[in-house]
Design a binder for this molecule. Structure first.
Ligand code: TYM
Length: 344
């Protein structure tokens, strides 16, 4: 891609995922499944965001194998590495360079509002790393380094994308070219489908998360047929039959979560799933959800296992992605540095 064509066609997707432990159904339905369906419509860049992963302590050997696993999971889910760009974040140094410039644009007050930092740092805020606090600035750099127009993510990342928009606006106001044009257009979050926030299988008011102590709270992309089946069988529900309307599900978070998961896995609307199952109990619904989840996830986990037999090949794919990503990032960062007043 040339510098000219980048300028002529600013529509571009960027999204990322952290290589920290197993990917779960929330990552798949909230992000990767949407990446796969969008990639044929808009040029897409996907990153395994290893720089974000080290904002909390990581074991180096485990981090390396997680990078391979997450890359394999993304490819096995259907991201087409011939047409889309897939790379690990730390291999494109421009991310950290732009993040530093944005550190000098972003205000402390904006970061103090970030709810995810408050959740992740918990009571021990003084012991959290500066990186964890600063994380949304790096995320803004990830997106804006490619002048991405759209960012497909789950609901939990919305606030971070709003911050990226604030940083882009502030940069535009601080640094103008001779024509007084805005340098960045503001990226839009794309929060798509019925599973924008997949909840824990043990507690329908808590997000499904890699960091939950209970493995039974989530379905991992590497789970076997039996594990998926057992986790769904044991998933918390209630004793009422499924209702006819979504309104009646609002006070039943666990039931709503399972219905949303079914809808997302089958790419249907939640209302059509309710039509299909209203009046039926969970003893009828759960076996069908198990079948659907196993049918969707088994081919992904078996392809993942296949890909992981040859990690050299995965490294090659990431290297190709790195080169393609750099070709886009370098000229954009050069323009940024010119605007700021650096001598390149
Ligand atoms: P991460 O690694 O926590 O999650 C990756 C993607 O999965 C989505 N997700 C969920 N969606 C629905 N239900 C859930 N329970 C659930 N859990 C996670 C997330 O919303 C995300 O889309 N900060 C990001 C990574 C990142 C990034 C970026 C994303 C770094 N730079 C630039 C977009 C653009 C994160 O920690 O995602």
């Amino acid at each position: 891609m040339t510098k000219e064509s980048i300028k002529q066609n600013p529509q571009r997707i960027f999204s990322g995922i952290q290589p920290t432990g197993n990917l779960h159904l929330g990552n798949y339905l909230g992000a990767i499944k949407n990446w796969v369906s969008l990639q044929s419509d808009i040029p897409s860049i996907f990153s395994i965001v290893d720089l974000h992963a080290i904002t909390v302590p990581q074991d180096p050997a485990k981090l390396r194998s997680s990078i391979h696993e997450v890359t394999a999971a993304i490819i096995a889910s259907g991201v087409d590495v011939k047409n889309s760009i897939l790379f690990n974040q730390s291999s494109v140094k421009e991310h950290t360079e732009l993040a530093w410039i944005f550190n000098c644009v972003c205000r402390i007050g904006w970061l103090n509002r970030m709810t995810q930092f408050k959740e992740k740092a918990g009571k021990n805020r003084e012991k959290a790393t500066v990186g964890l606090y600063n994380y949304p600035v790096l995320m803004a750099a990830d997106i804006l380094l490619y002048k991405a127009s759209h960012v497909p993510v789950g609901d939990d990342q919305k606030q971070h994308i709003e911050l990226a928009r604030d940083i882009a606006s502030a940069f535009n106001n601080m640094f103008k070219n001779e024509k007084q044009e805005d340098f960045f257009s503001l990226p839009e979050p794309l929060i798509l489908g019925t599973a924008t926030r997949v909840m824990s299988l043990r507690d329908g008011t808590k997000k499904m998360s890699k960091s939950d102590d209970s493995d039974a709270s989530r379905i991992n992309l590497t789970d076997t047929r039996d594990q998926i089946s057992n986790k769904i069988k044991k998933a918390k529900t209630d004793s009422n039959p499924l209702p006819e309307t979504l309104d009646e599900l609002k006070t039943r978070p666990e039931a709503l979560n399972l219905i949303n998961i079914y809808a997302a896995l089958s790419s249907q609307k939640t209302s059509s799933i309710l039509e299909q199952f209203s009046g039926k109990g969970f003893s009828y619904f759960k076996p069908q959800l198990i079948e659907l989840a196993v049918d969707t996830l088994s081919p992904i986990s078996s392809e993942m296992r296949n890909l992981l037999k040859d990690t050299k090949e995965i490294d090659k794919i990431l290297k190709i992605g790195q080169e393609k990503a750099k070709n886009i990032a370098e000229p954009i960062l050069k323009d940024v540095k010119n605007l700021v007043g650096f001598i390149n």
